[in-house]
Design a protein around this ligand. Sequence first.
Ligand SMILES: Nc1ncnc2c1ncn2[C@@H]1O[C@H](COP(=O)(O)OP(=O)(O)OP(=O)(O)O)[C@@H](O)[C@H]1O
Ligand SMILES: CC(C)(CO)[C@@H](O)C(=O)NCCC(=O)O
Ligand SMILES: [Mn+2]
Length: 966
Amino acid sequence: MAASLEKEQQRNQVIGIIEEEKLQKQESKGSNKITRTQVESGEGEREMTPTAANSMHRSGSRPQLDVSKAEIQGNEEEKYPTILLPNQSDDLSHLALDIGGSLIKLVYFSRHEDQSVDDKRKRSVKERLGFSKGNRRSYPILGGRLHFVKFETRKINECLDFIHSKQLHCGGLEPCYSDGVTDQNGIIKATGGGAYKYADLFKERLGVSLDKEDEMDCLVAGANFLLKAIRHEAFTHMEGQKEFVQIEPNDLFPYLLVNIGSGVSMIKVDGDGKFERISGTNVGGGTYWGLGRLLTKCKSFDELLELSQKGDNRSMDMLVGDIYGGLDYSKIGLSASTIASSFGKTISEKKELEEYRPEDISLSLLRMISYNIGQIAYLNALRFRLKRIFFGGFFIRGHAYTMDTISFAVHFWSNGEAQAMFLRHEGFLGALGAFMSYEKHGLDDLMVHQLVERFPMGAPYTGGKIHGPPLGNLNEKASDRDWKFLIYAGGLISWMEKFLRKGTEITAPVPMTPLAGTTGLGGFEVPLSKGSTLRSDASALSVGVLHLVPTLEVFPLLADPKLYEPNTIDLSDNNELEYWLTILSEHLSDLVDKAVASEGGTDDAKRRGDAFARAFSAHLARLMEEPSAYGKLGLANLLEMREECLREFHFVDAYRSIKQRENEASLAVLPDLLVELDSMDEESRLLTLIEGVLAANIFDWGSRACVDLYHKGTIIEIYRMSRNKMRRPWRVDDFDDFKERMLGTKNNKNTRHKRALLFVDNSGADIVLGMLPLARELLRRGTEVVLVANSLPALNDVTAMELPDIIAEAAKHCDILRRAAEVGGLLVDAMINTSNSSIENSSSVPLMVVENGCGSPCIDLRQVSSELAAAAKDADLLILEGMGRALHTNLNARFKCDALKVNDVDFDFCLHPSIASMFPIMPTISYWHSLSIVSLELAMVKNQRLAEKLVKGDIYDCICKYEPVS
Ligand SMILES: Nc1ncnc2c1ncn2[C@@H]1O[C@H](COP(=O)(O)OP(=O)(O)OP(=O)(O)O)[C@@H](O)[C@H]1O
Ligand SMILES: CC(C)(CO)[C@@H](O)C(=O)NCCC(=O)O
Ligand SMILES: [Mn+2]
């Protein structure tokens, strides 16, 4: 009863919105009242320019934004003011379809509320730094997520159910009434033959019209978008080796696009919207699947492909050797193992179909078709002198052997001149292109740094909504079947329940990469069937959800964003990967304990903790088997995945209570520390401050060795112990040079820095006793300080949200901090003692807090928050603290201003050979000299065995490295 009442209310709301919008439209026809808003939002174009040739067609086809009550936010004089759409549903979704002969591909967009609240801190930062988000566009930016899903065309009903269950056909407005009531959002972009064939079915079942977009247009638009906007979208695949390539957007054209769907289209692409379909072949994916099904009685495409992995085509194919009595035909370059005639061997034998192994049939067929397509592609590339060939379409299905075969053909016939490349979103080109044909999505001018790809780590849907593929896909093949189950169960059974049931079945997935030896001159060897099972559906996990975050920006102080590589460690080295995967898996149980405790240790929390552990281990196992399963992976991505996985299992902040406890304990001793510091002269104070940063950075819950320490002593004991160990000279000790830059020499007083950005790391002692006192020193010297902290929790890192309270507490004991925080607008709410007796100079530089835009212990400076980007504009000193931000990432980053990197190096994360080796042999990073960069490396080594072995030092050794401008 209650439910139906609620439904009715919602329905009235929806109708209310629609009615209101109609009203607004009528109004706008009669007067110019809201035209500005309309023009800015893109909606106005339709109303204002009815004469434009195709405006009728195009405007009608666009899912509409609800612009009722729209108002300009912020300054009217701004060139591109942000428009607030109070009535626009946050869940506005757009859906586009590519309905092919074999598969239906869906790309849909879901908008998610900006989780960060627009709090006082944010507003004051905005005021002070003078920026407003989203000033790049003249219409509201659609931040949200792009999801990729596919269904078999023969099971179109499942697709319709899916769309219906998620209300994708009506812009995500909930609830949507397809039974008779069709709202104005009932138009969906669609491409592929099915856009024609199934138009009536969509109308009938969902009440929507399909707006047809040309298939070739869409393929090209999708490919161009992916190649320009997604980092490492393309890769080569030769002899089992996958290598990601980054192509410069201005060096992309011309190329040949070969889309291997049911049939094959070959398109010469010369630019955006500039292309020609130069060829095609009817021998394609449909041929393999169709013939294969008839010949092997396989029930699914994957089953057929899986069979091929155990096949030996020599029983089917006639080889050169079969014809030449075992000899090569070397005169024309054919080895005995070259296939002379696919399936040719079967003519000379008196065997019936049943007497052949289905495995061999499948392999023979796969090779015949892949090789043929590769060869035709090559010939067409030759016709137009195209060097690059990109292969898309779901025939490829991320299957190593298929890609190797195609690559071999291209390489062999072109003598290495042409290169075959594959796309991670292989089969979604057309659907993406259709999606992009909605105007004013702004998708076409989204830039690389505004897209973040995330893999659903275990939670197929949260809050009752499906966000990604179901869990079963981790090692289950029947993805489509699962979808159905989940849709119907959606809301009734939580995904967690399902996971817990499924969890026991999750095992390390089986590899599908045949290793070396697949190809050889003039022919192929039999694939090494290392694994007998085919990996779960490629689209399920090889392609993540694309998060569109229009507010992300490239950190403006990067010397050269093109050369910037955040990850210090290259995980494409298998030993590295193995080392880090092991570390993460060893940390897991400890992390789960923390996570469960953070949620009060309830039964529910325990179950989720258990599920999280299983999901994350499964991902680690998967990566161990197939390192490039998630595209090009850096350590930063790996660490972020862990945090994301926690969040998916609803662990908002696993270290919450630890952080709180440590903050309190540290704040309690802060006054004493400040008194101690104030009694020192400038020089010893600076040294003590740097020691303090190093010592306090010992509180790192990412490190095993440190975690063990915490069980043995109080925070303050450990901190004191840590500081007492700071005996100089440190293992590497350039402190004096740094001091000179800060304090100058007797004859030469150095100028102060204008603004320092301090990238802070952990909560507790690290921030309170380490970084805050350092910030205070800079403030005292007249340098503005911006504390840069995480947007979301990660390990025990302090977040931007938490900082104002910590600062307010600290400010109670310190006038310098208090004034600066006041000026920086951080103390609006805080109840602090306002007696300003002893400080004579009332003009203070501000202390500010900005969020960095990420939720991981590492930071990719190509994708930072607009706050940080704005704060960076006037900064002339950078201090990067902690191993995540200054070591795992950004160790090699080059900046446009002075940079000070403060790392502690701890056992688990940092003393891996690759990193440790950077410290004893400092010249390896000597190229810093060539830039105007001042950097200081401060490191503490926290493992005896490794310290001895690798740095020839002792546990808790410190490294302080400073490089002055040359
Ligand atoms: N789960 C699957 N079910 C069916 N076919 C699959 C599957 N996975 C991969 N394939 C292969 O992918 C092909 C379809 O690829 P794709 O979706 O790119 O083409 P399509 O759009 O359906 O076809 P066309 O563009 O020719 O109309 C199939 O013919 C088959 O070879
Ligand atoms: C007919 C299409 C374009 C449908 O996607 C595709 O299946 C295809 O390109 N087939 C090959 C037709 C040919 O050029 O021989
Ligand atoms: Mn197609």
